[in-house]
Design a protein around this ligand. Structure first.
Ligand SMILES: Cc1cc2nc3c(=O)[nH]c(=O)nc-3n(C[C@H](O)[C@H](O)[C@H](O)COP(=O)(O)O)c2cc1C
Length: 191
């Protein structure tokens, strides 16, 4: 039997919860991958503010749910094998915690481990407008070769017909560094 590839899916308290849901749905549909979900307290609050989903409904999409206070969970150690981590959405507070190595919860510790083990770390960093502080932190992170800064920015070249189309396109981009293929994702073919 093939071993599932573990992807740590972190969520912090920025806007963009439909993207978290879509990423989990894509991974759930893909037998090759196993999702390990870590949601911060603010992520749970934001989820309830901007969607009709409950925390337990979102958790049910994941293969494993990890308590953000459980600093002893698998992804807190580099010897625990994962394909990497996506943080969707990624708040400016979490970005600041990552860049400064301030690992006071499992979300931050798992990101820190992902960086030190040189595995892909994808950040759906979201705030608008971004201040000099936000941009400086994201710039520092972007200089690390295994870190992808993928702000959830709208695109129109794929001619989305719905918000769901837009969300799927963004989720596919977020999961692309892990080799996850999304059939609905329309890659640019050139003019
Ligand atoms: C509805 C809602 C939307 C928010 N959107 C953002 C956002 O887009 N970006 C951001 O950096 N913070 C946003 N925040 C603020 C963060 O949730 C807050 O800074 C929190 O402390 C982040 O904690 P965490 O990174 O540990 O999840 C939002 C808060 C709420 C309640």
């Amino acid at each position: 039997m093939a071993v599932e590839k573990r992807i740590v899916v972190g969520a912090s308290g920025a806007s963009g919860m439909p993207l978290l849901i879509k990423c989990l749905e894509i991974l759930q549909d893909n037998e090759e991958y196993r999702s390990l979900l870590v949601m911060s307290r603010s992520a749970k609050l934001t989820l309830e503010q901007e969607t009709d989903w409950s925390v337990s409904q979102v958790e049910a999409l994941a293969d494993e749910v990890l308590d953000p206070d459980n600093i002893g969970a698998g992804p807190a150690s580099g010897s625990y094998r994962t394909e990497g981590m996506v943080i969707v959405p990624c708040s400016m507070k979490t970005a600041a915690g990552i860049v400064s190595g301030y690992t006071d919860n499992l979300l931050l510790r798992a990101a820190d481990v992902t960086i030190k083990e040189k595995r892909p770390l994808v950040l759906a960093a979201r705030e608008t407008p971004m201040s000099e502080i936000h941009l400086r932190n994201l710039y520092e992170l972007s200089r690390m070769s295994n870190v992808w800064i993928v702000p959830p920015m709208m695109t129109f070249y794929q001619k989305p017909e719905s918000i769901d189309d837009m969300v799927t396109h963004l989720a596919a981009k977020l999961l692309s560094p892990f080799g996850v293929e999304v059939k609905e994702y329309r890659r640019w073919k050139g003019c």
